[in-house]
Design a protein around this ligand. Structure first.
Ligand SMILES: [Ca+2]
Length: 313
């Protein structure tokens, strides 16, 4: 079975790794890349996404979307994690191909109307585009098959604040809208992604199987790995963004738990994903909230092999 997806992204090194995996896997049909601010400013995210398409020889629409959080000033960016160029300071030749003229939100709506009930939205950046699409088309939840999100920290600490993960923290109000919508949402947050460090050997294997795409990921990951390897003895990095894509085709590798979710938008709890597993609270703040699935575990070896096998195709 082939899964039609739209990948909402802010490339980004783990975005690049995830996007190439989606392109490579025969059971994933990427209808387009919709970009959003996050790791980098949105203009760079859009240009980087087109560049990744060029590198992979993919001619699909790429749109530029939301460049600011729903509330508050322009964000700061994660150049200290992803490099000045979003690709670990490898500075690949930027594609000059034009973007699709639509906004990311409009593209999502257009595709959802064209393929009602068929598309999974896979969001691997902050959630402004999805929130805007929900506002423009309130029936969007009925028009898509589901939503898979890289973001949040349900039962573990955050990575920007003690309680918040970066994608959700970057646009907490947008995330609150997206998590409150009536659709089938699965969250791949730090609960599962930070349990799963990838070693330099893994990047070597990707590069060995696919010198173009794997080679790109390996080169771009050096800077990223230096960031993640501070304060530890081994060299590791985390490919957060590839998890929802792996789940799409091999859900059996993951353990998921159901819970009702609220997203914090206050000063202290900004971007916190507060999940109450079924029956654990009587508070209407949660009992009346949406139920989502939260990934909490993955079979690490099989996940690595899945990525390596796809890059080898
Ligand atoms: Ca991302």
């Amino acid at each position: 079975m082939t899964h039609k997806i739209i990948l909402d992204t802010d490339p980004g090194i783990d975005d690049a790794m995830a996007i190439f995996f989606a392109f490579q896997h025969p059971e994933i049909d990427v209808l387009g890349l919709t970009t959003v601010f996050g790791n980098v400013p949105v203009t760079m995210a859009a240009r980087n996404a087109v560049t990744l398409c060029d590198i992979a020889g993919q001619d699909i629409p790429v749109t530029q979307g939301v460049g600011m959080p729903w509330v508050g000033p322009e964000s700061t960016y994660a150049h200290f994690v992803h490099g000045d160029d979003g690709f670990g300071n490898t500075f690949p030749k930027a594609s000059e191909k034009p973007l699709d003229p639509r906004s990311s939100a409009q593209f999502i709506i257009d595709m959802a109307r064209q393929y009602p009930g068929e598309i999974t939205l896979v969001a691997i950046g902050p959630l402004g585009n999805l929130a805007l699409a929900l506002r423009l088309e309130p029936d969007l939840p009925k028009l898509v098959k589901g939503v898979s999100i890289m973001g949040g920290a349900a039962f573990v600490p955050g990575n920007v604040t003690p309680v918040a993960e970066a994608n959700i923290w970057n646009d907490a109000h947008a995330a609150a809208i997206v998590f409150a919508a009536d659709w089938k949402l699965t969250m791949f947050g730090l609960d599962v992604t930070l349990q799963t460090p990838f070693s330099p050997t893994f990047m070597d294997k990707l590069a060995d199987k696919n010198s173009t795409l794997g080679g790109f990921v390996k080169d771009a990951s050096q800077f990223y790995m230096d960031f993640y390897s501070q304060n530890r003895d081994d060299k590791v990095c985390f490919f957060h963004d590839a998890f929802p894509l792996a789940h799409l085709i091999h859900p059996e590798l993951f353990t998921v738990t159901e819970g009702q979710v609220r997203v914090g938008t206050g000063e202290l709890d900004r971007g916190q994903t507060v999940v109450a597993p079924a029956g654990t609270t009587a508070s209407p703040l949660w009992t009346e909230a949406q139920t989502i699935n939260v990934a909490t575990k993955v079979e690490h070896d099989k996940l690595e092999q899945l990525f390596i096998d796809a890059y080898a195709l």
